[in-house]
Design a protein around this ligand. Structure first.
Ligand SMILES: Cc1ncc(COP(=O)(O)O)c(C=O)c1O
Length: 410
């Protein structure tokens, strides 16, 4: 038998190896940047996609109360419902209907350990090997990886930072199963206008595709374009998937809690994945999430507002460096999330630029390549996150960044 036919490299007496198909899955960028950061412990990070605040105080209280409840806490120790505990599902339903205005007709709700897990489960459920998912560029790298892990094909489409529905339509093939949008966007900070999302949603409806709307940054809008979820469109529930995360707005990245509103016809498939991977979402985390959702938008609003000053610092630092002749630009003014894309006229790749910035200048960002941008002759691109550093440290990080770019330009 041809040894290649057995899938992975297996030969008697040798270490068993991972399957070959893993070689076709994108390498995660964060551990690479993390390795450089370990060599420069004094470095300031504009790389991390997190906020610097922790969860509402009510979260710790709810967890302590749950643990202290004696016999009353017994449910915490047992497996719970696959889709999440009833109480949390109800709170999520209220959040999505009352605060986000979604039409949940025809949808089911699913609680997951972070919204990445929901996306991964969806990729497993909607894709047969070779099926395609359209990811407008810049893409979010974990979407790519999930599609690849499901033996699907991520199709990065250069449709503009506000994706042009016509260019997305032109990328549809008989193998396309879904179009993904991320708004407010990672890495560009763009908030996609409601009418554009509606056009993409309509395109999906007409062509029999799922519209996966990743709304991890729904609460982070700083400009005049409001967050307008496509799931608000009446009757969109049979083809629209809305993903939410508690990681960002509630400062709960390490707690791992997200949720998905999915077309009901996907639930049986998702149940297979969820049952295999997690059996049920961690129940103590669900109690925490319940307390966080109860704190709600009133708790989030001042924290998101505190990012405005930081966003202004980023814009001012770039404008001032430009006025002094540094060849850098923001391809678009970032109005959402806590990111900005920075285009730098250096001869280096984004990845080589980040390595030099961390090791020689003590400041980290993420390279554009991680988001499917740059490469070849194009200028190096960086994603800056202003979520983790407060002024004055943010100012110091930006100084290091701009001095670093200037020096690298010689
Ligand atoms: C667009 C997007 N979706 C999802 C996630 C991950 O969310 P979670 O922590 O809920 O898995 C991130 C994190 O950076 C993100 O940027």
């Amino acid at each position: 038998m041809d040894p290649q036919a057995i899938g992975n490299a297996r030969s008697p007496g040798h270490r068993p190896l991972p399957a070959r198909r893993l070689a076709g899955v994108l390498d995660p960028v964060i551990p690479r940047v993390g390795a450089w950061l370990r060599q420069r412990p004094d470095a300031l990070s504009l790389a991390q996609g997190m906020v610097n605040w922790g969860p509402p105080a009510a979260v710790a209280e709810a967890v302590q109360a749950a643990l202290a409840a004696g016999d009353g806490s017994a449910a915490l120790h047992r497996y719970g419902p696959m889709e999440g505990d009833e109480e949390l599902l109800e709170a999520v339903r209220i959040e999505l209907q009352a605060h986000q205005g979604l039409d949940l007709e025809g949808t089911a709700l699913l609680v997951t350990a972070g919204s990445n897990m929901a996306f991964n489960a969806l990729a497993q459920v909607i894709l047969d090997p070779g099926d395609e998912v359209i990811l407008p560029l810049p893409w979010y790298f974990n979407h790519v990886m999930a599609v690849q892990l499901a033996a699907g094909v991520p199709v990065g489409v250069p449709a503009g930072l506000v994706p042009d529905p016509e260019r997305l339509a032109a990328a549809i093939t008989p193998r396309t199963r879904a179009i993904v949008t991320v708004s407010p966007a990672n890495p560009s900070g763009v908030v996609i206008p409601g009418e554009v999302l509606a056009a993409i949603n309509q395109l999906c409806a007409e062509r029999g595709l799922f519209h996966i709307s990743d709304e991890a940054y729904a609460a982070f809008v700083h400009g005049s374009v409001p967050h307008h979820p496509p799931g608000q469109i009446r009757g969109s529930g049979s083809h629209t998937i809305t993903l939410h995360s508690l990681s960002k707005a509630y400062g709960m990245a390490g707690w791992r809690l997200g949720h998905a509103a999915v077309p009901r016809q996907l639930l049986a498939g998702l149940a297979k994945v969820q049952d295999t991977v997690m059996i049920c979402p961690p129940r103590i985390t669900q109690r925490a999430a319940l307390a966080a959702l109860a704190a709600g938008p009133a708790w989030i609003a001042p924290r998101v507002a505190s990012l405005l000053e930081r966003r202004a610092l980023v814009l001012e630092a770039v404008a001032s460096a430009r006025s002094q002749g540094l060849p850098i630009t923001l391809p678009i003014v970032p109005d959402g999330a806590f990111y900005a894309l920075l285009s730098c006229g250096t001869p280096l790749s984004g990845e080589a630029l980040v390595e030099r910035l961390v090791l020689d200048h003590g400041v980290a960002a993420l390279p554009g390549e991680a988001f499917g941008l740059g490469g070849g002759e194009s200028p190096s691109l960086l994603r800056l996150s202003y979520g983790m550093l407060e002024p004055p440290l943010l100012g110091e990080a930006l100084d290091r960044l701009l001095v670093g770019i200037k020096e690298l330009l010689g």
